[in-house]
Design a protein around this ligand. Structure first.
Ligand code: GDP
Ligand code: GDP
Length: 435
């Protein structure tokens, strides 16, 4: 389930500081669309074992007063449209301002859990001035210091606790869930329609809750699977950077609902930063990944075109390059069957469980032949390994000195698992633990 927490408030109240704290070591996905004067940030966090997505809606230019008002309105609207819960941040140093009142006037109309957070309460002496904000009449009131983190625990306890419980019963439980993610206009709907074989109008503007998801059952080419999509593109009138952002928000939700993500890229544009964001999201959520380069009919080809295109993508996606890349045309339906087949293979690989006996039989000799490098004369001995019963492959390697197993050796281990057991398109986690 994807719960989204938005942080709104005037500039300089401390939104980004709280945002960064919530993400801690998790890497923020920065929406760096060219020409956008403000950055929007979103990323994954968790509290008490509950995952959620955080949006920092701020970070805009405070230009003239007019622009400022307009930006605030947009920011609040974004939170109202997209978030499960809204953190409304104010600043004790500056006290209650007219703009705070205006923001609250917009927020109060939204029927979403609202948390008033008085920030920069770094010590007990700010607690009393903070009570000024009681007059807003917001029931859920917290004081905190984003800078030190004090107070964030109480806030998050309540935010997470108030997340709507899911009485949602998955009608397609146990069937492979696939989503087609990608930038606007890459051809997602064209592929969806090509698979259906009938023209289907994409539903627009289904009432804005964070759990809208359209699941369509397909029985095609001998495969049964479910295509997951979130509510149609909202707010068609939004300026392009907002469209871009909304489409990424959609992707976040669809990805969380799915087992396999087909990342669709426009062959005429190549791999861009938004594609990288979607890739990062899929990888972090440990979903299976297939990259589909669409509109291949528009590309002038010679013998090396495919190879070069593939190499260009692989050079940009980082370490995890064991991913199928297909070249299709949703318009002419060229190779769309292949795309479905490969997605199903990735689905099966992701669900694959390697027997403990087989895993040890294969991996222990690998470690013996090439053990982790000794550090300060100490040798790491890997004794035993198991695959965890998780939805995506995770392996634990028990050894005497796990702290001496460094990143390169973890990558080596991952590559060996891929080599021997085949997990194409599937993110793998590798843990070394004390035995
Ligand atoms: P945003 O514009 O709302 O995103 O605000 P920022 O997170 O950029 O913070 C604005 C300024 O307030 C920065 O100089 C922060 O270091 C400072 N700040 C943020 N949180 C705290 C806090 O809890 N206490 C204090 N004293 N300063 C803070
Ligand atoms: P979406 O926004 O990702 O759903 O993209 P659409 O499916 O609406 O496609 C955007 C445009 O690209 C439409 O005009 C499609 O006809 C066109 N298009 C989609 N797939 C292909 C393709 O494989 N080849 C060509 N030439 N055009 C395509």
């Amino acid at each position: 389930m994807s719960n989204i927490v938005a942080i709104v408030g005037r500039p300089n109240v401390g939104k980004s500081t709280l945002f960064n704290r919530l993400l801690e070591r998790r890497e923020a996905i920065v929406d760096s669309t060219a020409g956008v004067t403000r950055d929007r940030h979103y990323g994954k966090s968790d509290w008490n074992g509950v995952d959620f997505t955080v949006i920092d809606t701020g970070g805009y230019d405070v230009g003239t007063e007019d622009i400022f008002e307009e930006e605030i309105r947009k920011q609040v609207q974004l939170a109202i449209d997209e978030a499960t819960s809204i953190i409304f941040m104010v600043n004790v140093e500056e006290g209650l301002t007219d703009t705070d009142h205006e923001i609250y006037n917009l927020l109060r109309k939204a029927n979403k859990p609202l948390y008033l957070v008085v920030n920069k309460v770094d010590s007990a002496k700010e607690e009393l001035p903070a009570t000024e904000f009681y007059q807003l009449g917001i029931e859920k009131y917290y004081t905190l210091s984003s800078a030190t983190g004090s107070g964030t625990g109480d806030l998050l306890d309540d935010v997470v606790n108030d997340f709507p419980t899911t009485d949602y019963k998955d009608p397609f439980e146990g069937l492979p869930k696939i989503t087609i993610a990608g930038r606007p206009n890459v051809g997602k709907s064209t592929l969806t329609n090509a698979l259906l074989d009938v023209e289907r109008n994409i539903v627009t503007d289904i009432a804005g809750t964070t759990r809208d998801s359209i699941q369509t059952l397909y029985n095609k080419f001998g495969h049964e699977f479910v295509l997951v999509d979130t509510a149609g593109m909202r707010k068609k009138n939004k300026v392009s950077e907002d469209l871009e952002f909304y489409s990424v928000m959609r992707s976040i939700r669809s990805i969380e609902f799915s087992d396999v993500v087909i990342i669709m890229v426009d062959a005429t544009l190549g791999w861009e930063s938004q594609d990288m964001n979607i890739f990062g999201l899929a990888q972090k959520n440990r979903k299976g990944i297939v990259i589909v380069v669409n509109k291949w009919d528009l590309v002038e080809k010679d013998t090396n075109t495919t190879r070069d295109f593939e190499a260009a993508i692989k050079s940009k996606i980082g370490q995890f390059t064991d991913i199928p890349i297909l070249f299709v045309s949703a318009l002419t339906k060229q190779r769309i069957l292949k795309a479905v087949e490969v997605a199903m293979e990735v689905y099966n690989d992701r669900a694959k469980k390697i027997k403990t006996s087989k895993l040890n039989e294969v991996m222990l000799p690998v470690f013996e032949a090439l053990p982790p490098p000794a550090i300060k004369g100490k040798y790491v001995k890997i004794k035993y390994c198991v695959q965890l019963p998780t939805p995506s492959p995770q392996f634990v390697f028990f050894c005497n000195l796990p702290q001496y197993v460094k990143e390169p050796y973890k990558r080596f281990t991952e590559n060996q698992l891929r080599k021997h057991f085949g997990f194409t398109g599937v993110p793998i986690e590798v843990y070394f633990r004390q035995k």
